[in-house]
Write a protein that binds this ligand. Structure first.
Ligand SMILES: [Zn+2]
Length: 755
């Protein structure tokens, strides 16, 4: 079994299902690599906290069995709708039957359509209201968007008297309101106030419509399998039918439990119809094994690709799994998102009743930074995960961390639950890949003063070593995760986990980065050791070489395959930033079909070497024509000593020095170049196709701009040099017009004929 030591570059897949708006993208390819490396076909993979359909599909496609669970009932409903979308005919027939059901003397459809009807401004016929814009301050509807079936008019406008009555159509806190409140928790519940606050996120008209649909779903389809599909469609309506959406950004994910200044009231009945339509055309339908018992009993050779999905905590699963142990647990840990949890609580109650909602009670009203609570909850869950895992098994956590505190809470929870951190990989941003194994013997540790005091020094030392190994200023997530790995190896994490408020202690530890005696911070985000010291070549330059070598040795690559091969060359905390890899790719390669790249013909090394030699020749000729004394590196003396390819001299003194390159490894070439005479000018000469890569590197390594100013360095491109060489007459001043990434002669404002 080969250990995975490097970052797995994945392609981000958008979340799916009725709750897609609240999900995080899943990196495609990461689960696949771990599953193939650490398990065999037919093995059982456990995916707790699972709300990602693409994660389940990816594991299933490897021929393993997938047991996906989540404690959030509406999360599981949404996942089920993505993996096994309802059959179209069945769901649409159920929708029709629901619309035909009687309500107050007419079919439910007509009853609800009447709620959202307005006179058309053009033909005065009845038009369908699609949405109403409300003003929060006045509590009044101010505009409505409608569509007229008779004359085809689609317009928006102010509300008329009749609309106002319909829009304000309220029984106030009428039957629907209390019915929906009771579905979440009884009147005596201590969460009752919270529930009422959540109900106020809906207009009375929409609450009425949602309640009517819900009542009919339950009464007409109580024992029918199609009830779940109807609830899936209704879940989408519960989301878009709330008033949390700003009129000017109706598709954005809401961030707080507060009505926007101008909010939307959508036509719930219309949304329900659309949701039924959209649920059914989601493509491939996966077979889900309905019952856990038969799923677990499937022999490995016949269990390949089976998937079971259920609402469950790890704890209750551990009770039911008997002696079954899994080799791999793969999870995207839940986020501390108070809005999502409050809405999940409300919607779970509406769709499944108060008992189901009670499972989410502890999440309601959490603050978004309650990381100690989060750590404790996860620790309990991980404790059962450890029980369910084989002794040699692996736990992989992937996804986005909301920041250092989220990261700390996760690392501590896993450590406390008996997991040892094997690898903590960062992609530079919020994405992480955390690989744990069970500690050989889990003994409870108490905070040991001696071990604890070593923490900050160890973290600092690891960070400095990593910076020197990367050879360039580096983003904090790389540094923190590298330090976490060292701290875990030194048992510091285990010791910390035993203390009172470990998350805040770990947050304190990260303040070592703010120690100005040890680190310099560039642009508020990239760190570097103050004393520099002995460092490796800048990582971005090594990445450029790696990308070039890979391209030159192959006929072409899929984008993701190339990213992955580059990351393999830079394991552990040396993982490069994707942006730099991509800048290298765009600089040297072309797409021969969408997403597939190959080296451009003019980037072949032989061709580039020949062009560079030609540029050296041009520089020698230009120098002579401008009246300088020219030296080339083949010669002796200053040009060779200083590493220039060409120098121009005057009265024995260096006037101009040129480095002619075809790669953009400026940092390697000039960061540590010896001091140059101030009176002389220094040029870094590059092909045009490097311009964007140079820009990316200047942004990536903030030391570069400073080094260029200090060394009096300028950039010069091949093409304007060639053009200058072709001019009939040249004077010394002409060089000024062609320096830079955008030389004067290429700027649109320069209208003066130059030659
Ligand atoms: Zn009309």
């Amino acid at each position: 079994m080969e250990e995975i030591e490097h970052w797995i570059a994945g392609k981000m897949m958008a979340p799916e299902g009725p709750l897609a708006r609240y999900g995080d993208p899943t990196p495609r390819g990461v689960a696949d690599s771990y599953v193939r490396a650490y398990t065999s076909p037919g093995d059982l993979i456990l995916a707790p906290f699972c709300e990602s359909a693409s994660l389940v599909r990816e594991i299933q496609a490897t021929g393993r069995r997938v047991l996906a669970l989540d404690f959030n009932p509406v999360g599981v409903l949404s996942l089920r709708m993505s993996l096994a979308p309802p059959a179209r005919d069945e769901l649409l027939a159920a929708f029709t039957r629901l619309g035909d059901a009687p309500k107050a003397g007419s079919p439910l459809r007509e009853h609800l359509e009447r709620l959202y009807t307005t006179p058309c401004l053009r033909c005065r016929g009845p038009a369908t209201v699609e949405a109403v814009v409300w003003d929060r301050a006045s509590g009044q509807p101010v505009e409505e968007w409608y569509r007229c079936p008779a004359c085809g008019e689609r317009a928006s406008g102010p509300l008329e008297e009749a609309d106002l009555t319909a829009a304000e159509w309220t029984e106030g806190r009428g039957l629907a309101y209390w019915y929906l409140a009771d579905r979440v928790a009884s009147a005596s519940s201590r969460h009752r106030q919270t529930i009422q606050r959540l109900l106020n996120l809906y207009t009375p008209r929409n609450l009425h419509a949602l309640a009517q649909i819900l009542i009919k779903v339950e009464s007409l389809f109580a024992d029918s399998p199609v009830a779940e599909a109807l609830k899936g469609a209704l879940l989408r309506c519960l989301d878009v039918g709330s008033a949390l959406f700003a009129a000017d950004a109706p598709e954005a994910r809401p961030r707080q439990l507060r009505l926007p200044p101008r909010y939307l009231e959508r036509n719930v009945w219309e949304c329900f119809g659309q949701a039924c339509e959209s649920l059914t055309d989601q493509g491939a339908r996966m077979h889900l094994t309905p019952d856990l018992g038969s799923f677990l009993k499937a022999p490995a050779n016949r269990g390949e690709g089976l998937v079971h999905l259920q609402v469950s905590t790890l704890r209750s699963l551990a009770d039911r799994m008997d002696s079954t142990r899994v080799p791999l647990i793969l999870a995207m840990p839940p986020r501390l998102d108070p809005l999502f949890w409050s809405l999940s609580y409300l919607w779970t109650g509406w769709l499944y009743g108060p008992r189901a909602a009670a499972a989410l009670e502890s999440l309601v009203g959490r603050r978004s930074h309650d990381w100690e609570w989060y750590r404790q909850s996860l620790e309990r869950a991980f404790h059962y995960a450890a029980q369910l895992l084989q002794p040699e098994g692996h736990l992989l956590l992937l996804g986005r961390m909301a920041g250092p505190s989220h990261q700390a809470a996760l690392l501590l929870a896993a450590s406390e639950a008996g997991f040892a951190l094997a690898r903590a990989l960062s992609g530079g941003g919020e994405e992480v890949q955390l690989h744990f194994q069970r500690k050989p013997s889990h003994t409870v540790v108490t905070a040991d003063e001696e071990v604890m005091t070593r923490g900050p020094a160890l973290a600092q030392e690891t960070m400095c070593n990593l910076l020197r190994a990367r050879g360039e200023p580096t983003l904090a997530p790389y540094l923190r995760l590298a330090a976490a790995e060292s701290l875990a190896r030194a048992q510091w994490l285990s010791h910390l986990a035993a203390s009172e408020e470990p998350v805040s202690e770990m947050e304190d530890l990260w303040k070592v980065l703010e120690d100005a005696n040890t680190f310099v911070c560039f642009d508020g985000e990239r760190w570097w050791p103050r004393d520099g010291g002995e460092t490796a070549l800048p990582l971005a330059d090594r990445v450029e070489t790696a990308v070039y070598e890979l391209l030159a040795g192959s006929l072409g690559f899929a984008h993701e395959a190339l990213l992955r091969l580059v990351c393999e060359r830079f394991p552990g905390a040396l993982t490069p930033e994707v942006a730099i890899v991509e800048a290298c790719l765009r600089s040297y390669a072309e797409q021969f079909s969408p997403g597939y790249w190959r080296l451009r013909a003019d980037e072949e090394a032989m061709s580039r070497d020949a062009q560079a030699a030609e540029v050296v020749l041009i520089l020698r000729q230009l120098g002579c024509r401008m009246g300088y004394e020219v030296k080339a590196s083949q010669g002796s003396g200053e040009a060779k000593a200083r590493g220039y390819d060409v120098t121009w001299q005057e009265e024995g003194q260096l006037s101009h020095g040129f480095l002619v390159r075809w790669r953009a490894q400026i940092a390697t070439d000039i960061l540590h170049s010896p001091p140059q005479p101030r009176a002389s000018e220094h040029y870094y000469v590059l092909p045009e196709t490097r311009v964007e890569l140079v820009r990316a590197k200047l942004a990536h390594d903030p030391r570069l701009a400073g080094a260029m100013v200090r060394g009096n360095w300028q950039l010069l491109k091949y093409a304007p040099l060639r053009a200058l060489a072709g001019a009939e007459e040249v004077v010394r001043h002409d060089l000024r017009r062609i320096v830079g990434l955008e030389p004067i002669i290429e700027q649109p404002a320069a209208q003066i004929p130059l030659f």
